[in-house]
Design a protein around this ligand. Structure first.
Ligand code: HMG
Ligand code: MG
Length: 325
């Protein structure tokens, strides 16, 4: 039987957060709707970060309100959350009826990037994870923990596989940390993903192998430890600066990675990964991702025709917003 690979489209979040203009809420909602129709497993629909830091996604609550009644079965919705305040907004959305399934936390393997992106050190960002993880445990939510700069940093340059492995182990250790679950009643965590972020597209197939070999064992150990309670997997989140992302996907498939992020039309980039000379690069396009995965002999369940339709729409709304800036 052909093995299945999970595809998450992050364009409504990663794709739109780095645009110079703000896309109207109704167009964001329509983009998510078109993505749902493609058969992707998950859509990262928005981000509950500070609107002072990322004004492009300041309408997160309105986007979620617009998505009510438009979410087909079988698709998971996720949203980025930087702190407890963000999780309060996330929960407020679900208090009107379940809509968001996965909370996405983010830290980095680079101290400099993490501070620029979230104003705290890596250790402090992991402290911020704890109350959010506790609430996710209570509410039975799926969790994603992004580790940015897993293959290089725009400010520090090289990041070693050991640095990534150490942050991976810290993230996974939090899941069994008594500060997180002690005294909590609830269904426990839903499926967990550790996502290696190639924030500025510096990965090569060789680096992917090295990082996975270094970080994989702690992930495997924890997955084994928690096997009866939850499903833990590794996800790869690639940006495609040098056109190497598809090669990296192939290398990751060979190592056993079965979950990838893409962004339709290759939109994307972290505003806090941009340097004065260069705007942060876009994600691997979901179209290329799906084609690469399927050419390698796996199935995704994604309809490429519908994906092209979503990509056309994404290009249109971005072009319109750019023209208005
Ligand atoms: P801060 O300024 O240190 O926070 O920002 P603060 O606690 O001092 O709060 C400042 C103000 O923001 C206060 O308002 C807070 O209430 C408010 P004021 O009193 O000044 O009126 N505030 C919030 N408002 C709404 N929602 C919130 C929230 N939190 C505080 N959640 C903070 C700290 C983490 C909030 C900020 O640094 C932030 O929002 N950072 C997010 C940056 C971001 O979104 N980056 C892009 C996403 S990560 C990425 O793209 C990488 C990834 O794709 C993987 C990869 O490619 O590697 C995931
Ligand atoms: Mg990203």
């Amino acid at each position: 039987m052909t093995e299945r690979v999970r595809i998450t489209d992050v364009s409504p979040r990663d794709g739109l957060q780095n645009e110079p203009g703000v896309i109207p809420t109704a167009e964001k909602v329509r983009l998510v709707e078109l993505l749902c129709a493609t058969g992707v497993d998950e859509v990262e629909v928005t981000s509950f970060v500070s609107p002072k830091w990322v004004p492009q996604l300041g309408d997160a609550a309105e986007v979620c309100a617009g998505l009510r009644g438009r979410k087909p079965g079988g698709v998971r919705f996720s949203a980025l959350v930087p702190n407890e305040r963000g999780f309060e907004e996330f929960s407020r959305v679900n208090s009107a009826g379940p809509l968001l399934d996965r909370v996405c936390l983010f830290t980095a393997a680079s101290e400099t990037f993490n501070r620029r992106n979230t104003n705290v050190s890596i250790a402090e960002s992991l402290e911020r994870f704890k109350p959010v993880l506790g609430s996710a445990y209570r509410d039975g939510l799926a969790v994603k923990m992004y580790i940015s700069c897993a293959f290089g940093c725009p400010f520090e340059g090289e990041i070693t596989p050991k640095q990534v492995a150490d942050v991976t182990a810290s993230c996974l250790n939090l899941l069994s940390h008594s500060d997180v679950w002690a005294g909590r009643q609830g269904p426990g965590f839903g499926p967990i993903e550790i996502s290696f972020g190639d924030t500025i597209g510096q990965a090569t197939p060789g680096k992917v192998a090295l990082v996975m070999m270094a970080a994989g064992p702690s992930a495997d150990r924890m997955a084994g430890y928690w096997a009866e309670q939850r499903d833990t997997s590794i996800n790869l989140h690639l940006h495609d600066t040098f056109g190497r992302a598809a090669e990296c996907v192939k290398a990751a498939l060979e190592i056993g990675v079965r979950s990838f992020d893409g962004s339709v039309a290759g939109l994307g980039g972290c505003p806090y990964a941009s340097t004065p000379g260069r705007r942060a690069p876009g994600n691997i396009s979901t179209e290329l991702l799906v084609r690469t995965v399927e050419a390698a002999g796996f199935k995704t369940g994604v309809d490429l025709g519908k994906l092209e339709e979503a990509a056309r729409f994404a290009r249109e709304i971005v072009a319109k917003a750019r023209a208005g800036v």
